[in-house]
Design a protein around this ligand. Sequence first.
Ligand SMILES: *[C@@H]1O[C@H](CO)[C@@H](O)[C@H](O)[C@H]1NC(C)=O
Ligand SMILES: *[C@@H]1O[C@H](CO)[C@@H](O)[C@H](O)[C@H]1NC(C)=O
Ligand SMILES: *[C@@H]1O[C@H](CO)[C@@H](O)[C@H](O)[C@H]1NC(C)=O
Ligand SMILES: *[C@@H]1O[C@H](CO)[C@@H](O)[C@H](O)[C@H]1NC(C)=O
Ligand SMILES: *[C@@H]1O[C@H](CO)[C@@H](O)[C@H](O)[C@H]1NC(C)=O
Ligand SMILES: *[C@@H]1O[C@H](CO)[C@@H](O)[C@H](O)[C@H]1NC(C)=O
Ligand SMILES: [Cu+2]
Length: 228
Amino acid sequence: MIFPSLALLSGFALFSSAVAKNTWQIIVGNATGGIIFTPNNITAATGDIVVFTFNPKNHTVTQSTFNSPCTHKTYGFDSLFYPVGLGTTSGFPTFNITVNDTNPIWVYCRQGEFTAASHCGKGMVFAVNPGAEGTNNSFSAFLAAAKAVGASLASSAVSSSVSSTGTPTLAVGPSSNPTTTTKGATSPSSTIPSGETPSTTTPNGAISLNVEGSLFVAVVGMVFGFLA
Ligand SMILES: *[C@@H]1O[C@H](CO)[C@@H](O)[C@H](O)[C@H]1NC(C)=O
Ligand SMILES: *[C@@H]1O[C@H](CO)[C@@H](O)[C@H](O)[C@H]1NC(C)=O
Ligand SMILES: *[C@@H]1O[C@H](CO)[C@@H](O)[C@H](O)[C@H]1NC(C)=O
Ligand SMILES: *[C@@H]1O[C@H](CO)[C@@H](O)[C@H](O)[C@H]1NC(C)=O
Ligand SMILES: *[C@@H]1O[C@H](CO)[C@@H](O)[C@H](O)[C@H]1NC(C)=O
Ligand SMILES: *[C@@H]1O[C@H](CO)[C@@H](O)[C@H](O)[C@H]1NC(C)=O
Ligand SMILES: [Cu+2]
């Protein structure tokens, strides 16, 4: 009997498509130490899986709320820190979330949280199912809210440095850092910039920018070195 078999097969096919899951690939950071999620927003269905792949630097994937874009949502997910050395080309660690409904999911990186070095404050945010462009919970509104947090942190860092007369102390290296907050499938590398830890942030936003600028030059040099 052929017909029952076909009916069974087509029934199975319908069932399969009903539960089919999409897997979304999100790059956290980039090869040159960028402070970025790529892509930074997706429209996903219930049951979809979002796979975050950690590129160089030392980022997290942490859930926030629209209204507090750079603060860990109570009971929200958090990947913890994944340090990946510059120049790493394989074996990147990953972190997955499952999309359980079609409500927006707001995400940020909490490196440098609550300081002028905040990655979130520099725009390192991501969203699943944000509102449409032009609505009050669009991705661009979320990004703007994150950057406003960053601007506020930078201006309070500058104003606090006005009253500071001491020389900024720069801790070198990750040796004093708690290991409990780091889950590294890739071993930490000495090429991770010291500016990636809260203890190394300077009280002056302008100094941070200069550090970033010279880091970028160094990184570009390294990348060309690797490619050459
Ligand atoms: C990495 O991201 C930064 C933004 O943080 C960007 O300026 C840079 O061009 C990116 N690098 C690559 C190789 O895409
Ligand atoms: C994340 O999802 C991908 C694709 O489904 C899978 O290959 C991988 O094992 C998952 N990783 C974890 C840590 O669950
Ligand atoms: C989806 O539900 C699972 C199981 O309850 C939970 O562990 C996970 O964090 C949820 N995903 C999100 C994005 O909240
Ligand atoms: C967006 O506006 C609606 C009313 O139009 C309101 O109920 C909702 O709370 C607002 N959402 C945000 C994130 O401001
Ligand atoms: C949201 O993602 C889409 C697709 O990657 C992109 O074209 C768009 O620029 C993103 N929106 C913002 C505000 O960055
Ligand atoms: C990654 O960043 C966290 C938070 O700033 C820090 O505690 C940890 O030591 C860093 N890891 C490395 C290897 O730099
Ligand atoms: Cu980050």
